[in-house]
Design a protein around this ligand. Structure first.
Ligand code: GLY
Length: 241
């Protein structure tokens, strides 16, 4: 598992990669930001820091669910690596209750992201993931790369999901902030621009907030699980376009 968090006001961040016993990797990422002199800890060093900090630890078995065992079997049998929200197939288009060709009941998205803005316009972003189904040992994805899967600054907070390799190549999260800063785009305009021009053949999506309190999302695949809640009581969830 890996996770990253960024506080946009101070541009502080904390990241962990390669943890396999930490119950909530995002909490460990926050401790890296707040309690270590570093920004990024990985593998045995991150596990050691977790124990030093007394975060909740689980045996490896805790993370092995029947859903994930089933998904891994499918991935191994077809010799593929499974990404979040891949392949908008003709079949998927016809059958909205399938995601990536799999029944929704069997589908397990790998990544959870969260972006927030407070009443003073301070933005933050966080992303946590198990990575990709059937990934190589040692593979690190976008979720633990600041600027790729996670970014927050004075203007916005962004968290991405999808094919990590494409998100890394496109430095997707930072690009949203960059076009706002350098082109003067609004949040949704920046998100649309980045999804259209900074993603190559990869399938991905992102959620974003701006310091003005705007909320936006975008993706180039057939669906993305998402939700929004505001202080005014707005609560919405969505999957499809
Ligand atoms: N976006 C999750 C990953 O590629 O690891």
């Amino acid at each position: 598992m890996e996770a990253s968090i960024m506080d946009g006001t101070k541009r502080r961040c904390g990241v962990v990669s390669g943890v396999s016993t930490v119950k909530n990797p995002i909490s460990l990422a926050r401790l890296v930001m707040e309690k270590s002199p570093h920004s990024y800890l990985g593998f045995s060093g991150a596990e050691e820091f977790a124990r030093e900090q007394g975060v909740e630890i689980e045996e490896n078995e805790y993370f092995i669910t029947p859903d994930n065992v089933g998904m891994l079997k499918l991935a191994k049998e077809s010799n593929t690596i499974m990404f979040d929200y891949r392949i908008p197939t003709a079949e998927n288009e016809k059958s909205p209750l399938k995601m990536n060709g799999l029944p929704m009941s069997a589908y397990a998205p790998e990544t959870v992201g969260c972006v927030v803005v407070d009443s003073e316009g301070r933005c933050a972003a966080a992303t946590s993931t198990g990575g990709l189904m059937n990934k190589m040992s040692g593979r690190i994805g976008d979720s633990s790369i600041i600027g790729a899967g996670t970014y927050a600054c004075e203007v916005c907070g962004v968290s991405c999901t999808g094919e990590g390799e494409a998100i890394i190549r496109g430095t997707l999260a930072r690009e949203v902030a960059a076009v706002m800063e350098y082109k003067g785009f609004g949040l949704q305009e920046a998100v649309d621009f980045v999804i259209k021009h900074r993603l190559d053949e990869g399938q991905a999506g992102l959620i974003a907030v701006s310091s003005k309190g705007e909320v936006a999302y975008g993706y180039n695949c057939n669906g993305m699980f998402r939700g929004v809640a505001t202080q005014d009581g707005l609560k919405e969830v969505g999957i499809w376009k």
